[in-house]
Design a protein around this ligand. Structure first.
Ligand code: GDP
Length: 444
């Protein structure tokens, strides 16, 4: 998958920050140097890297002290925000013309994935908007492209207008548009010819088609695997055709991902979709923030950090920490803790946001049953004050009473008490052991 190396390197950088109570100017310089190398290795264009690093340095030196976020988390937050900005900030939707049809022209080098993308987009429009698209086969220099588009059309039950390879593409587009107007198609997707390299003939032809069709979107399709070349291609196409957006294909492949990071910054044009496979369903809307989180290997850690910030009750946490340290953590505290975690959202959602969670075998199968949490709460609420505060031994008779009071079985009560004492033992072990190791483990 794309970005794997970049993600790994960035995680290495952040790991060194864990447990740090303060981040000095020197630390920031070191970190940004490492991030710079990581980005260059991922084939991100140099001017983009430079700007990115400058922004991070400006923001990271003298970061505000926050109660809920440690310095490492704050740096991650800054890097994430800057990455999101470089990727375009927000989602860029596909434009729609106020009059039918909306005309979308695909351009790009040969093999970038134009024809495949035309099929994917036709499918999406048809299924999600109930649209009636027409595809025009304008790639007359690669005979296979016409057959490929016709096959896609048959598969999707979408009409394809073609005149074989004998006609001039500009005429084909003119006739195709006439055909669409008569058939009342609401979208027209024009598949144009590509070359192995940009040349004047191709560009002139594309300019003519643009003039004739006056498309709502000119989408440049680029292959992520070509790295910096993709960014260069994008710049040239944009200068000549004034494209409206970019599609990055083959992000499923073993690419370094630099193209995605450079293109928006270099062209100023948004990335609208990414291709993540050869199948017609392998099309994703491009969300800069999600892509950034993915590059940082954070799951949705930022959302989690934000929720923690919103729900963080510093005083309560301090009291709990003290109780844990003195081994005074009791059933009542357990419930308070459960409440605080629950206020952050459904447990499974929280688990999914924790980085690395998806790499633990079987972790995705962990189901947190809200009923189970409610059951535990009921058991604690059925305890007397003395029982809750562990002042008396929970004898079988008491356990039976708790079971009856909370509507649970005796076995379930036993199980819960065992679980509680195990987690308490674990807390104690951590507290007696290396406090900083624990803070480090929780630091990211
Ligand atoms: P065109 O010359 O620009 O029309 O390119 P094609 O649409 O023919 O695509 C070239 C090759 O790339 C084909 O083998 C496609 O199946 C493949 N391809 C297109 N998009 C993707 C993608 O997102 N991921 C992968 N893995 N392959 C893709």
């Amino acid at each position: 998958m794309a970005f794997e190396n970049l993600t790994e390197r960035l995680q290495g950088v952040f790991k060194n920050l864990r447990g740090k109570r303060k981040i000095t100017e020197n630390d920031v310089l070191e970190i940004t140097k490492e991030i710079r190398v990581a980005l260059l290795e991922a084939d991100v264009a140099l001017p983009v890297v430079k700007k990115f690093i400058r922004n991070i340095r400006e923001r990271a030196i003298g970061v505000e002290v926050s109660e809920a976020l440690n310095p490492a988390q704050q740096i991650i937050k800054i890097v994430n925000e800057e990455l999101t900005a470089i990727l375009g900030g927000g989602e860029a939707e596909l434009l729609k013309s106020p009059h039918i049809p909306t005309i979308i022209m695909m351009v790009g080098l040969q093999g970038a994935g134009k024809t495949t993308f035309a099929g994917k987009l036709a499918k999406k429009l048809k299924e999600e908007q109930n649209a009636r698209p027409l595809m025009i086969a304008g790639d007359v220099y690669r005979p296979a492209a016409i057959d490929q588009l016709k096959t896609l059309g048959q598969q999707l039950d979408v009409p394809v207008y073609d005149e074989g390879v004998s006609e001039n593409p500009v005429n084909i587009v003119r006739n195709g548009l006439k055909f669409a107007s008569e058939a009342h198609n609401d979208y027209v997707l024009i598949d144009t010819a590509g070359r192995l390299e940009i040349d004047d003939k191709l560009m002139n032809e594309l300019k003519e088609i643009k003039k004739l069709a006056n498309p709502t979107e000119i989408l440049l399709v680029v292959d992520a695997m070509t790295g910096q070349i993709a960014a260069q291609v994008a710049k040239t196409f944009d200068e000549i055709l004034d494209i409206s957006g970019v599609i990055i294909t083959k992000l499923d492949g073993d690419t370094r991902g630099g193209a995605a990071l450079s293109i928006r910054e270099i062209t100023g044009k948004p990335i609208k979709f990414t291709g993540t496979g050869e199948k017609l369903t392998d099309l994703e809307i491009f969300y800069p923030d999600r892509m950034s989180s993915r590059i940082l290997g954070m799951g949705d850690m930022l959302t989690l950090i934000e929720r923690a910030q919103a729900n963080y009750d510093q005083e309560q946490q301090a009291v709990l920490a003290e109780k844990m340290m003195d081994n005074r953590f009791d059933f009542g505290d357990f419930i308070d803790q459960l409440d605080q975690v629950q206020s952050m959202g459904p447990m499974e959602e929280i688990m999914k946001m924790i980085p690395g969670m998806n790499e633990i075998p079987g972790a995705s199968n962990i189901k947190v049953d809200p009923k189970d949490v409610a059951r535990k709460k009921a058991m604690v609420l059925s305890m007397t004050q003395a029982e809750r505060q562990l002042e008396v031994e929970l004898s079988p008779a008491r356990r039976r009473r708790i079971a009856a009071g909370s509507g649970n079985s005796f076995i379930e009560v036993n199980k819960f008490i065992k679980q509680f004492s195990q987690s308490k033992d674990m807390m104690q072990a951590v507290m007696n052991g290396d406090m900083s190791a624990m803070m480090g483990a929780m630091g990211q």
